[in-house]
Design a protein around this ligand. Structure first.
Ligand code: TTP
Ligand code: MG
Length: 245
């Protein structure tokens, strides 16, 4: 049966023209995405959006992240549905700032996590198909601003050690192989450019320890300010005190 109606008309996507220059911070689990974002707190005109992991750990009192790791065959699919919703909320969140910096995106959920769950059989073909159709529908109807991707590139062994040290309770069962699989998918996407090749990618060496990484962060600051034409203004010391109190 023919699809109804709209075939020749181009309708605007939801959220089109509402978002500022947007930088997506990507990289494996434990690569330092939150730390990277925190580095930009000192600037005035930047909207920082950390990942909605708190929502994933507390969805009306239910820890979906934990359930996903404990019973993946049952919970990975609803979990990824919720990730999609919460990421969309972040992508479309209104802001009057000139630049938005986001920890992850709907794209890493799709190209790395969901692909991996499909490949290793954690989600059944029907579940994968539902998520694919959601993504296709979103592509057509919702505007996702993406002007630059910062890839915090690591080796799986380094992030495995970090993940074990920070000891987020839900992740205690995550094996090194899982991080290796996710690493390959990040590499396919951001280095080999299998998807979204039109968005520029800035690659940083995120294996470095906290001291050395500051130089890498500085490099990225310059690139972000240049690409977005933002004149960086520091948050005043008084405000800074208020933020941290
Ligand atoms: P990350 O999104 O990698 O965030 P992080 O805070 O661990 O990273 P960083 O240290 O660099 O700040 O992962 C958060 C958790 O959510 C992790 O256990 C992996 C999981 N996750 C999924 O299972 N599916 C997804 O689609 C996403 C985005 C995360
Ligand atoms: Mg984080």
């Amino acid at each position: 049966m023919a699809q109804s109606g709209y075939s020749n008309k181009v309708f605007p996507k939801y959220g089109e023209g509402t978002q500022p220059f947007t930088v997506l911070i990507e990289g494996n689990i434990g690569s330092g995405k939150t730390t990277f974002l925190n580095h930009f707190q000192k600037y005035k005109d930047i909207c920082l959006i950390t990942e909605p992991v708190d929502k994933w750990r507390n969805c009306a009192g239910i820890n979906l992240l934990d359930l996903m790791y404990k019973e993946p065959h049952r919970w990975a699919h609803p979990f990824q549905n919720y990730v999609t919703l919460t990421m969309l909320q972040s992508h479309t969140l209104p802001t009057d700032k000139s630049v938005k910096l986001m920890e992850r995106s709907i794209f890493s959920a799709r190209y790395c996590f969901v692909e991996n769950m499909h490949k290793n059989g954690t989600i059944a073909p029907g579940m994968y198909q539902i998520l694919k159709e959601w993504y296709e529908f979103i592509d057509k109807s919702i505007h996702i601003q993406a002007d630059l991707i910062v890839y915090l590139r690591t080796t799986p062994e380094v992030v495995y050690d970090r993940m074990m040290c920070r000891a987020r309770s839900e992740e205690s069962c995550v094996p090194l192989e899982y991080l290796q699989e996710l690493h390959e998918l990040h590499e396919n996407w951001l280095i080999h450019k299998n998807f979204m090749s039109h968005v520029p990618v800035l690659v940083l060496d995120a294996n470095l320890g906290l001291d050395a990484i500051n130089t890498e962060y500085k490099k990225s600051e310059d690139s972000i300010f240049k690409a977005s034409s933002l004149q960086p203004i520091l948050v005043s010391p008084v405000k800074k005190q208020r933020l941290s109190s």
